[in-house]
Design a protein around this ligand. Structure first.
Ligand code: 26Q
Length: 809
């Protein structure tokens, strides 16, 4: 399609008239946004259709990425970018006296995820399409995404995220592709002509209706599909009996109970609660997704025994791991394959990524609950487990080992074990994480199946996180090294030749400075706080969790504050500390930490004796769109998790790509960032992996030792509970207790001293302007390897075995 400015102007006016019977002057921003969005969708419709046609016609292998979460954010800007029509649209709209960036701000974030895992899925989709890989997303169309966070009097308050209130221009409801998902009921076995079959009766049927969103590749014709499922009643919305008796609420009870399945994203990304509704959500989208894959597969005329030659299914953590049993069920019960054939196909099809080693996050379901909700699936898991346990018994002749590895044990179904046994590939998300999985957490399984375990270090899409979030920097990069980095992000390394070039350093600095000023204006408008744009912007944005140690960051700030109070002339570079973090609504310690950050912010920002040197800002409602604003203005990126606890981290990569210097523990992908940039371009502190593992094994850590021997820590901890932070004594007593009486699970006190020193080093480095800028450039130059394009190429080649397909129009 040959788009010109004039054509866009005309199409836009026509569309506005068709949709709203309005002209521009009387229209609202929302209507203008919807008009542009609809137009963009219209522009991709041919590519979308042709992509699907070509996949069917050529019978290519396709991959389906199953995930409970897709944290997409906004699509207008990234769709325009990938279509290569941002400037054209901006100019066309500008002729019509419309500001494109204002329209972008109207779009709600699709916040269908908690954090890293969901955002990774979104970056992967962008890379899959941009690399012309036939691959799609499969998930849940939640009516409500991750809650919106308000801070009231320093406390987090959660507001439902009604992201669909203004409609969603990107999705298409496909009623004709709906599937039925069955819950509960009874299963009986029937022997007929010597063949055993299973009859499922008295189940509750739920209708799964798909909504498709186009996933547009960068500068190509590929448009893949993100298919999200919505739950509906199969037949009647009303129980007419109850209705005619006047029992109105009873009449719609069933409808609400069914629709609740896809109503809301669970906002907890750790501490797993064994909630029935969560398991219902999992089976709901997995069953609907696999049914729709099988349906399309058969429609293309392919024989079922070649399923794994044409289909790869990737499961994002254990959340979709019932896929193993569901695929078995369909192959055996509906396609009449033998157990052995079905098992071969299933394990060849499915691959699993693990995202955590925190034991409290490992999913397990009580047997009774599982059996009642999914009786046939449970039977299949029992049989999978029986056969697996036989193999383990045969190999080790050790019943303890059999018990330790059993998928069903101690009254629970262990989803990670099911995922490992039922797939051909198990990967961690960074080198260190995979090592820990192999050698510690899942060593049983990696000894049994050494060929399954592999590493795929996470990545981020440089299109959203550099080109879209930081257009000025992208332009400068292209001006300096040409545009090849856009499709070959590794070529960013060519920037190294300019790292000492003074002009280039100044340009890099100028861009950062400009970003900092823009964000300072945002902060002033929203919070009424004046930020010193010459201060170091020191940023920690991520979910709030004890292992991510936001408290360590706060302790550094408090220490700095007390030092400034003691010595008004303390020579430090002014700093502004930014935090952004949502706490799971039931995670009380995390919520107390938010209150602590806000109390410290209030204390410091209102203290005129220090607030020209340091300020603290808690940014409300951290989200994808806020991340795109804040990351490009960071000088310092805080990646300070307890070593071994952060599987990978991905914001560390986004910051690096935008030219920040990282202060980090050697945890997760920080290890690979450190390997890439070297000692001189990152500030590393804290315990190493073995120290942490030793403390944990020997149980010989004693946090009081640090409290008693370090007067700075004593002061900070005492002040938490004596009212000196301007709040009641009890306000932070849980944090205090956690760190002292409960012995500081994540070694905050142990790493404190080293962290303070590391910040001292940052302050010194920043003074050497040329050296600091060189560091920033070096980080950008090495960030290309963390493009999710690289990650996806590895997944495609080593796990999915999918080929690139160029779509012809
Ligand atoms: C499971 C069951 C019930 C309720 C909630 C959950 C649940 C939901 C989300 C469990 C875990 C999550 C999310 C985990 C997550 O985001 N992990 C992060 O994944 C990133 C991508 O691999 C890594 O970079 C991070 O290190 C890891 O913490």
């Amino acid at each position: 399609m040959n788009l010109t400015k004039d054509r866009i102007k005309n199409d836009f006016k026509k569309k506005l008239m068709n949709l709203y019977s309005e002209d521009i002057t009387e229209s609202s921003k929302l209507h203008l946004y919807v008009t542009l969005g609809s137009l963009v969708r219209e522009y991709v419709s041919e590519k979308w259709m042709k992509t699907n046609e070509q996949y069917s016609k050529n019978q290519v292998k396709q991959v389906y990425y199953f995930s409970m979460e897709f944290l997409i954010g906004r699509l207008l800007g990234s769709n325009l970018l990938n279509l290569g029509i941002t400037d054209l649209c901006r100019e066309a709209l500008s002729d019509l006296e419309i500001d494109l960036s204002e329209l972008e701000e109207v779009e709600s974030d699709a916040g269908l995820g908690n954090g890293g895992l969901g955002r990774l899925a979104a970056c992967f989709l962008d890379s899959i399409s941009s690399l012309e890989i036939p691959g799609h997303g499969c998930g849940i169309r939640y009516d409500y995404g991750l809650f919106e966070q308000k801070i009231i009097n320093g406390y987090q308050v959660e507001i439902p995220d009604n992201w669909l209130r203004q409609g969603n221009v990107w999705e298409i409801r496909k009623e004709n592709k709906a599937a039925i998902v069955k819950f509960g009921g009874t299963v009986t076995s029937v022997l007929e002509d010597g063949k055993l079959s299973f009859k499922h009766e008295n189940y509750e049927a739920v209708l799964a209706v798909p909504y498709d969103t186009p996933i547009i590749g960068y500068n190509n014709n590929t448009v893949n599909t993100l298919r999200l499922w919505n739950a509906q009643t199969v037949d009647k919305d009303f129980d007419l009996d109850s209705f005619s008796k006047g029992e109105y609420s009873k009449a719609v009870e069933h409808k609400y109970s069914v629709e609740s399945i896809s109503q809301v994203l669970y906002p907890d990304d750790t501490r797993i609660e064994g909630k029935l509704l969560r398991l219902k959500q999992q089976y709901f989208f997995v069953s609907a997704g696999i049914q729709s894959i099988i349906r399309r597969f058969k429609k293309n005329g392919l024989p079922i025994n070649l399923f794994d030659h044409y289909i790869a299914i990737h499961i994002n953590d254990t959340h979709p791991s019932v896929a193993v049993a569901e695929l078995m069920r369909i192959l055996i019960d509906e396609e009449n394959l033998s157990w052995e054939d079905a098992w071969k196909i299933t394990t060849n099809t499915i691959a699993y990524t693990n995202h955590t080693i925190l034991s409290e996050a490992l999913e397990k379901w009580p047997i009774d609950l599982f059996k009642k909700l999914l009786p046939r699936i449970f039977m299949i898991i029992e049989e999978i487990n029986r056969r697996f346990c036989d193999e383990v018994r045969e190999k080790y002749k050790d019943e303890r080992q059999v018990h330790n590895m059993s998928i069903i044990s101690d009254g629970n179904v262990k989803m990670a074990y099911l995922a490992i046994v039922g797939s051909h590939s198990v990967n961690g998300v960074a080198k260190l994480h995979t090592e820990i999985l192999k050698n510690e957490e899942l060593s049983n399984f990696s000894n049994f199946y050494p060929f399954k375990f592999n590493n795929k270090t996470n990545g981020i899409t440089h299109r959203r996180w550099l080109m879209k979030a930081n257009p000025a920097l992208s332009e400068l990069i292209t001006k300096t090294i040409g545009e090849s980095w856009i499709t070959k992000p590794d070529n960013l390394i060519n920037l190294l030749a300019f790292s000492k070039n003074e002009d280039f350093q100044n340009s890099i600095h100028g861009i950062k400075q400009n970003n900092k000023v823009l964000f300072a204006n945002y902060v002033k408008d929203k919070y009424g706080i004046i930020v010193n744009t010459n201060s170091i912007y020191d940023i920690q944005v991520k979910r709030l969790h004890s292992y991510k140690r936001q408290v360590l960051n706060v302790f550094h700030i408090l220490d700095l504050y007390y030092r400034l109070k003691e010595n008004r002339n303390l020579d430090i570079i002014p700093r502004t500390f930014f935090f952004g973090a949502k706490a799971a609504p039931s995670y009380y310690l995390a919520k107390e930490t938010i209150k602590l950050i806000n109390a410290v912010a209030n204390k410091i920002n209102t203290d005129n004796s220090v607030n020209d040197k340091i300020k603290v800002i808690f940014l409300e409602n951290y989200s994808v769109s806020l991340a795109e604003k804040i990351i490009p203005c960071a000088d310092v990126s805080e990646q300070i998790s307890t070593t071994t606890k952060e599987a990978s981290g991905t914001s560390n990569m986004k910051f690096m790509m935008n030219g920040s210097v990282t202060i980090a523990t050697l945890d997760g992908a920080n290890v690979e960032i450190h390997d890439a940039v070297g000692d001189d371009n990152i500030v590393i502190f804290g315990m190493k992996k073995d120290e942490v593992l030793n403390y944990e094994k020997n149980k010989n850590y004693n946090s009081y030792k640090f409290y008693n021997s370090d007067p700075r820590l004593k002061k900070i901890l005492d002040n938490l509970i004596n009212g000196s932070l301007g709040v009641a004594n009890s306000e932070f007593s849980n944090i205090h207790k956690y760190l002292l009486a409960n012995n500081d699970e994540y070694f905050v006190l142990k790493d404190f001293d080293d962290y303070i020193k590391a910040h001292g080093k940052i302050d010194q480095l920043y003074r050497n302007t040329a050296k600091w800028r060189e560091m920033c450039i070096c980080n950008i130059a090495h960030s290309g390897i963390f493009s999710s394009d690289n990650t996806i190429q590895q997944y495609s080649k080593e796990i999915w075995k999918t080929d690139r397909i160029h779509v012809d129009i």
